[in-house]
Design a protein around this ligand. Structure first.
Ligand SMILES: *[C@@H]1O[C@H](CO)[C@@H](O)[C@H](O)[C@H]1NC(C)=O
Ligand SMILES: *[C@@H]1O[C@H](CO)[C@@H](O)[C@H](O)[C@H]1NC(C)=O
Ligand SMILES: *[C@@H]1O[C@H](CO)[C@@H](O)[C@H](O)[C@H]1NC(C)=O
Ligand SMILES: *[C@@H]1O[C@H](CO)[C@@H](O)[C@H](O)[C@H]1NC(C)=O
Ligand SMILES: *[C@@H]1O[C@H](CO)[C@@H](O)[C@H](O)[C@H]1NC(C)=O
Length: 510
């Protein structure tokens, strides 16, 4: 067996690779922990009863997969497997699935197969289905099937995993799978998972429109009562009617504690927002909410409806709202940010609320809101393209500086018509904030001069002793080459500091 593989290898590769291959064979045979960084070889690592196979995008072929299949066969005691095999040149996973089936003690599985040129797909789907159905101790499954398998094959796989009666946590990723028409029916067997508590469906670019939402509604009706649900519907064509249908499905899951919905790049408009926010507002026990409504033409009226729903959620601890959109003005902004202001203190807040005309009062309102939420451990503000100027930046800086418990801080003030003064206020807030370990600070596309940028770094430098990582982005400012070189010389090799600088003038300063 070993010799045969070595021969196969000889035909397709160099002598140097052969030597490496033989060494691997020896390691595998003796079941020794190893970690190889050569991109042309299948990688794996064994830590106790856990196996990690990080092989995404390594151009692996079938013969390289067989070494991984062997690792599975030789470690039947494995309880946790993380196999990242997407974006390779694998045609045939059959042996891998047969080996997977033998891991009877597996409790946690993350298996990513997407974007491989598989052949005889129904046969492969049958073997995967069979393997999954035999993993009776599995409680957590993360399955990546992006861009592979047709409806029938997918249904076969989902049927198999639906037999794992202990499964309580499931994530299925179907990015770029065509689920139009009756495609989503392939997920119906999921409703047999009566112990399911947490479900994530990643249906990005899956060609979903109004009609298809009926299938999602059916699934949401028939699933057991979940505590966590994530529906990622990014880049589909869901409009008002689809949002209404979805609302009816979500109504059966009002008990959710964690809810994440991403509708970025659909078109639910104000009316669709009304439906969706109607049900979100009724999820009174939510502690975590992620709402992605960017690029949905929700308008000011939509913003008001989002605000109304948020104001009903008194148990929230962790909130992320993405309502950045072009046709969105002060009223929508005010409704959302005021609603957040009135919530009991949050632990985590992400506000992606750029590209709207909130003006200076918008920045002041955000400051007031941050004063009310002074227990934040994580604060992420994306104020991209709001053009609030130095005075606006000063308000936001005050809000940040008021924080006492931060661990993570991210501030994106790109395209905000800042001069040196505004940038310095923000840098001072980063220096004074207590006491984030991870900071991402962006003030690109603003008219900041050489002197301003040097002073910004003098302030940020003082934050370094207390942080683990400080990322700074200053692209498209008024920086000149000479000062850029000075900064790169002085800070380029500082461990915790990651700087992105250029000397290209900005595309527009308002
Ligand atoms: C299955 O998927 C195709 C695209 O691959 C889709 O066009 C079709 O409507 C689906 N077929 C059925 C029967 O659901
Ligand atoms: C929220 O929790 C309470 C207490 O457990 C429960 O009575 C109520 O029905 C829950 N609300 C929803 C919408 O499920
Ligand atoms: C979005 O939906 C509205 C209302 O249904 C419609 O008038 C508009 O043309 C749609 N826009 C796009 C880009 O699909
Ligand atoms: C949106 O809802 C309003 C009433 O709430 C209605 O008058 C209007 O026709 C609806 N628009 C669309 C495109 O359905
Ligand atoms: C500045 O540096 C860039 C390369 O980073 C170079 O292309 C450009 O010509 C320089 N500009 C001046 C004015 O020297």
């Amino acid at each position: 067996m070993q010799t045969k593989q070595v021969q196969e290898q000889k035909r397709s590769s160099s002598t140097f690779k052969n030597i490496i291959w033989i060494i691997i064979g020896v390691f595998v045979a003796y079941n020794i922990k190893l970690y190889i960084n050569r991109s042309s070889l299948a990688q794996f690592e064994i830590r106790g009863n856990e196996i990690i196979m990080e092989n995404k995008g390594l151009n692996l072929q079938d013969f390289q997969l067989s070494s991984l299949s062997r690792v599975l066969s030789q470690n039947p005691q494995t309880t946790k497997l993380n196999a990242q095999l997407s974006l390779n040149y694998i045609n045939d996973f059959r042996n891998f699935f047969v080996s997977l089936e033998k891991l009877k003690d597996l409790n946690e599985l993350s298996l990513s197969l997407g974007n491989n040129p598989i052949i005889n797909e129904l046969e492969q789907a049958n073997l995967l289905s069979q393997a999954l159905s035999k993993l009776t101790k599995l409680e957590t499954l993360i399955l990546g099937l992006d861009s592979i398998f047709n409806n029938d094959s997918r249904e076969t796989i989902i049927k198999g995993l639906s037999k794992i009666s202990r499964l309580n946590t499931l994530r299925v990723s179907l990015i770029n799978c065509d689920l139009s028409g009756n495609g989503l029916k392939s997920l119906y067997p999921l409703t047999e998972l009566q112990n399911l508590k947490s479900l994530e469906l990643i249906l990005v670019g899956s060609k979903l429109k109004e009609e298809e939402m009926k299938h999602l509604q059916t699934i949401l009706h028939k699933l057991p009562k979940l505590t966590k649900l994530n529906l990622n519907l990014y880049a589909n064509k869901i409009q008002i009617d689809g949002a209404i249908t979805l609302r009816d499905g979500l109504f059966q899951q009002r008990q959710l504690k964690e809810f994440e919905i991403d509708l970025y790049f659909n078109n639910i408009t104000t009316n669709g927002t009304e439906s969706l926010m109607g049900v979100v507002g009724s999820m009174e026990n939510l502690t975590q909410l992620n709402l992605g409504l960017e690029f949905n033409y929700i308008k000011n009226e939509g913003g008001i409806l989002v605000g109304k729903a948020l104001s009903q959620l008194k148990n929230l601890k962790d909130l992320s709202v993405n309502a950045a959109t072009k046709n969105f003005g002060w009223e929508g902004y005010e409704a959302i940010v005021s609603a957040i202001e009135r919530l009991p203190p949050l632990e985590s807040l992400e506000l992606i609320i750029g590209v709207n005309k909130c003006g200076l009062p918008g920045a002041e309102l955000l400051k007031q809101t941050l004063f009310k939420h002074d227990k934040l451990k994580s604060l992420k503000i994306n104020f991209l393209e709001n053009y609030v100027g130095d005075a606006g930046a000063t308000y936001i800086a005050e809000g940040i500086q008021y924080q006492k418990n931060l661990q993570i801080l991210s501030v994106n003030m790109n395209f905000n018509s800042l001069s040196d003064r505004g940038a310095l206020e923000l840098a001072r807030a980063v220096k004074n904030a207590k006491s984030p370990k991870i900071v991402d600070f962006r003030v690109s596309q603003n008219q900041i001069t050489d002197k301003g940028i040097k002073d910004v770094f003098l302030l940020l430098e003082k934050a370094l002793p207390k942080v683990d990582l400080l990322e700074v982005e200053l692209l498209n400012t008024a920086l000149t080459n000479a000062t850029r070189d000075d900064i790169e010389l002085k800070y380029g090799k500082v461990d915790k500091l990651q700087i992105r600088l250029n000397t290209i003038p900005p595309s527009n300063w308002e």
